[in-house]
Ligand binder design. Structure first.
Ligand SMILES: [Zn+2]
Length: 396
């Protein structure tokens, strides 16, 4: 089947090119001129991009709830999985064809991943972390299905192995406290210590996968990077020194810039949150904007991640992260798009993803305007192909 008449984005060159794309058996089989007859999708007037990769989502969370406390306390069995399936569909429809779920809930997200892979429901290609490995923490009661408490290297190893046994693709750890947490937890406190992080990384490496480390505080970022974690999530208080270390070690930063914007954009919604959580979000946007600018300047590898799942940060709104990187953080559109395509593919070690190229997986999305001229065109995705199959086509 050919996709004809569109402009396709050459992610390495950073430009759109004219050319028809041949899709066969889920892959891009060639780019050139389609024959006059045959199976085709007319993409005339469309700008075609590789499917986007969001490296930080939580599909089991309900983003319509502002309160930080256990949102699923009164949920019926099955409600969480159904909610996660709905979120997965929203991710795919907005143009996210691959996502890394870095903290699920009682493995419902892994069931959703398997249902997607089996063709029962629609969603992106998911890479799941299972439960998040956390120290004994006052926040565990907020997230009883999401946190697994582990203290000391032996418990960390066991916790990591348990996630893998439940079908996790990677390991997620808390190197520091969190924003959306108990008032008794400091976001800038150190959590898992270097010997515990090393234990998680050992088990990940034993199993040919990686560790994603949630880290706000400078020392937590340093611990994560020196410990061999593949990615630092958030990186709110990274320093010149830790950025240099990240460049040296090739550690990815997954900035999750849009969380504060998503949380605060509706004042009535933010008003319903716990006051200490609201206060933390209020200081976050300026910190993260500064972080992103410095990380880009320092040459840190940046992979797009939204943290979709945090309050107000809905699955389906994911393109807002890329748009904000351009509009608020000074990224050239080409760089922001690369963060959401090739950089994500490198983080996941999936060179077949994140680019439209012969031999690559045919994940292709379309927008009706040139996103290099107006990045907000990304909000208007109207055609989504994943693995050579069209899941959305609402073109007028
Ligand atoms: Zn998160």
């Amino acid at each position: 089947m050919w996709l004809t008449g569109g402009q396709w984005f050459d992610v390495e060159a950073g430009t759109f090119r004219a050319g028809d794309i041949l899709v066969e058996r889920g892959r891009v089989a060639g780019i050139g001129a389609a024959p006059a007859a045959g199976d085709r999708i007319d993409a005339e007037g469309r700008w075609l991009l590789p499917g986007f990769i969001d490296n930080h989502v939580h599909i089991t969370l309900d983003t319509r709830v502002a309160a930080g406390d256990n949102i699923w306390r009164d949920a019926l069995p099955g409600a969480i999985a159904l909610h996660a399936a709905w979120n997965a569909k929203n991710l795919l429809r907005c143009g996210v064809t691959t996502a890394r779920d870095v903290g699920g809930w009682d493995y419902h997200e892994i069931a959703v991943r398997e249902a997607i892979d089996a063709g029962l429901i629609e969603g992106p290609r998911l890479f799941c972390a299972g439960r998040i490995l956390s120290i004994t923490s006052p926040t565990s009661p907020y997230y009883p299905g999401m946190y697994e408490e582990v203290d000391g290297p032996a418990e960390v190893r066991k916790g990591a192995r348990r996630q893998l046994a439940m079908g996790a693709d990677l390991i997620k750890i808390l190197a520091t406290g969190a924003v959306n947490s108990s008032e008794r937890e400091r976001a800038d406190a150190i959590q898992l210590r270097p010997d515990e992080i090393a234990a998680a990384v050992e088990i990940a490496r034993d199993n040919a996968t990686h560790v994603a480390a949630h880290a706000h505080a400078t020392e937590g970022v340093r611990n994560a990077v020196l410990g061999g974690c593949r990615s630092v999530e958030h990186g709110t208080y990274a320093s010149d020194e830790t950025r240099r270390l990240m460049v040296e070690r090739g550690t990815f930063l997954v900035p999750t810039f849009c969380t504060a914007h998503a949380f605060l954009k509706d004042p009535a919604f933010a008003e319903r949150a716990l006051p200490h959580v609201r206060e933390r979000y209020e200081t976050l946007e300026a910190l993260r904007r500064d972080q992103l600018a410095k990380a880009r300047e320092a040459g840190v590898r940046i992979a797009m991640g939204t943290d979709a799942g945090t309050p107000g940060n809905h699955c389906g709104d994911n393109m807002q992260e890329v748009v904000l990187m351009v509009e608020k953080c000074g990224f050239p559109p080409v760089d922001a798009i690369r963060c959401a395509t090739t950089a994500g593919a490198e983080l996941l070690e999936r060179p077949d993803l994140g680019r439209i190229a012969e031999g690559g997986t045919a994940d292709i999305i379309a927008v009706p305007r040139d996103p290099l001229e107006d990045i907000a065109a990304l909000h208007e995705v109207d055609l989504v192909m994943k693995g050579g199959r069209v899941f959305r086509d609402d073109r007028a």
